[in-house]
Ligand binder design. Sequence first.
Ligand code: KIV
Ligand code: ZN
Length: 506
Amino acid sequence: MAQQVKIFDTTLRDGEQAPGCSMNLEEKLRVARQLEVLGVDVIEAGFAASSAGDFAAVKGIAETAKECTVASLARSVTSDIDAAFEAVRAAASPRIHLFIATSPLHMRHKLKRRPEEVLARAVEMTKYAKGLVSDVEFSCEDATRSERPFVAEVLRAVIKAGATTVNIPDTVGYSTPAEMADLVAWLKAHVEGIDAVDLSVHCHNDLGMAVANSLAGVHAGATQVECAVNGIGERAGNAALEEVAMALATRADYYRASTRLDTTQIYRTSRLVYSMIGQTVPLNKPIVGTNAFLHESGIHQHGVSAKRSTYEIMTPESVGIHQSSMVLGKHSGRHAFEAHLRELGYRLTSEEVAGHFESFKQICDKKKAVSDSDLAAIVNNRLPADGAHYLLENFDVHSGKETTAVGVISLGSNGESFEEVSLGDGPVDAAYNAIDKIMGMEENELIGYSINATSDGKDALGEVVVRLRNGDRLATGRGLSTDIIESSILAYLNAANKLLEAGWGI
Ligand code: KIV
Ligand code: ZN
């Protein structure tokens, strides 16, 4: 019989803490909602004690997610556990995820604690967390470089103290698949009580083996895999959720394990996460890359047209990629728009559909055919937020090889129009300087800018994501248009409007 494996998603904790992957509260809530639709078992929503932003995100997700467990990470100290508890307590199924390092290297140089002190703390803090919630996960950080008998001793003790999941992270991506399998099998044989709890693996990708190590762990008996959408995470990242899920589904004959995931939501989830962090998918990324299901060579094309399985081990449809024959355009009504989104697998409220339909209509004025990837961009990129302080009325931007770029920007706010002219190092800089002048935000610092074409062709939509800093406040903005200057302006304005909102931050 197939073993049921839990998918513990850490996109919003380990993934989000990686440089360039930060998300604000609104973005985290959107990702969490999609993770629920995807069907993950656990969302690790953040590290509540690490910042006010993380606390708010964990709390917000705990209050809204109904279909899965919501976890917060906590060091093995009471203040972290208290913060984690406060953040997750409203969840339908709350979990506290405790960790302490168990490798000689970490204990000696980082914790400056003897192994017996680490063991005592692990037990004491597990009991403390267990007094607050029934679902407690305990992780031996750097488990794969720890001494096995010590890991076994810690796991045995925390299980006795009430841990319901024990996790063995390959924190620095050092393990090989054979070693991981051997460690899981060894622990299952040497830790009393381990079969009564979930045994989890959490693998990093420093040597490119995170997915292989996670799968080897499952093959040896692990019942939970910790992974992140698109493999984002510390340094080279975590095991990619989509790769783990599709390996288990495609090679069920070998792994004899299944997950609760609706794999047809994978592509959508991947696109959403890339869009939220302002990154683009590498062409050859397994499962979700643009080339993942393309067959270029004649021999392959011939084989696929004769029988798809000659060169396709899984179908694009199984991960939610549809070769749609329907193209939407300016004559498409709201009904067709909504039906098509539903056919593509989006689960949206009628207010969301209404908002996206408005964006769609604006785009149809400039672009004849709106493809499925354009639609994904429309759904993932909210155009200037409702109630925005300033809205774009007009822009006129000029640049040339021998001339200094100049931008004229008109913004509307509270029924009044404001116009400013500014010079800049290029058209985008000139426009941004003019916006800063109007909004009185000259100290805005642009700390991130990315642009991505959502489809092929000269009339492709340009999706821009900017990150702005103003003092200690940060905001992300996004904009979408067939005109990349306009999408750049919309993205900047979106972020600047958020900065104006008191207390906005990532
Ligand atoms: O990589 C790691 O060891 C972790 C733990 C905190 C679970 O992320
Ligand atoms: Zn990690």
